[in-house]
Structures are given as structure tokens and as C-alpha cells.
Ligand binder design. Structure first.
Ligand code: NI
Length: 136
């Protein structure tokens, strides 16, 4: 059920918020406020070491010695936290590996950091989200 509440803001802050809304293509303030609240609450779940979901993206050159093996080793070390992984050959050299991870926030973060820190990973990123328990 949707409930309404009113918020008082300084005019300048509201102007900045409206600019943000336009820049991010929101159709109205309510949807933007909901997304900001959800993002903050998801962040809180990660901080509190709750059960979370994440996506680890790695871009790397598959010619880098043993890198593919090392990625696989890390994934096996943390197999309980891995839901699935997808490998895309981006071009002759570069690979994109996307791993969907789920579990206790600290373990999931540790797994992501170990993969991202591997030598030869050109770009590594952990997108943090959650199952949305308690969020709608
Ligand atoms: Ni590849």
C-alpha cells in the first residue's frame, strides 16, 4: 500500500534534486525518492553483513598467464556463494566474466575482492544489491 508523506526542503536543495531527477530520467519525484531510499537501505544491509546479492564483473585478457585458472580457483574456494557465472568473449583478446554472488555480505565482498585483485584483471566491479527482504 502506498502512503504519502510530505518533506520540507530548502529551495536550493530541491532545485538540485529536480536537476538530478531530470538527469536520471525519472518521471516524478516520488519514484526518485523511492529509489534513493531503497539504495540507502540496501547499502545498510551490506554494512550490517546481512544476506545479500551481488554481481562481479571482470574484464581481462585471456592471454594473461594462468589468469583463467586463478579465477576458477577463487570461484571454487567460494562455490557456496556463487549462483552462476557467464563468460563472454568480447574480442580476440578480451573476456568478460560476470559472476552472480549471494550470501553473507562480508564473504561475498571477500570473494569479489579476491577476483578483482587478480593480476591481469583490467576492470573489476562489484555491484551490490540485495534480495530486497523488507524492501519493496
Ligand atoms: Ni573469453
Amino acid at each position: 500500500m502506498l502512503k504519502r508523506f510530505s518533506v520540507s526542503l530548502e529551495e536550493q536543495l530541491l532545485d538540485q534534486f529536480d536537476e538530478y531527477i531530470n538527469a536520471h530520467s525519472y518521471s516524478n519525484r516520488s519514484e526518485a525518492v523511492r529509489d534513493l531510499i531503497r539504495a540507502r537501505l540496501i547499502n545498510e544491509q551490506w554494512e550490517q553483513d546481512s544476506e545479500v546479492v551481488g554481481v562481479v564483473s571482470l574484464v581481462y585478457d585471456h592471454h594473461q598467464a594462468k589468469l583463467q585458472d586463478r579465477i576458477t580457483e577463487v570461484q571454487h574456494d567460494y562455490y557456496q556463494f556463487i549462483t552462476s557465472s557467464t563468460h563472454v568473449h568480447m574480442d580476440h583478446h578480451n573476456c568478460l566474466e560476470v559472476t552472480i554472488v549471494k550470501g553473507q555480505a562480508s564473504k561475498v565482498r571477500e570473494l569479489a575482492e579476491r577476483m578483482i585483485a587478480l593480476r591481469g584483471v583490467k576492470s573489476g566491479n562489484l555491484t551490490m544489491t540485495s534480495t530486497g527482504d523488507g524492501l519493496h
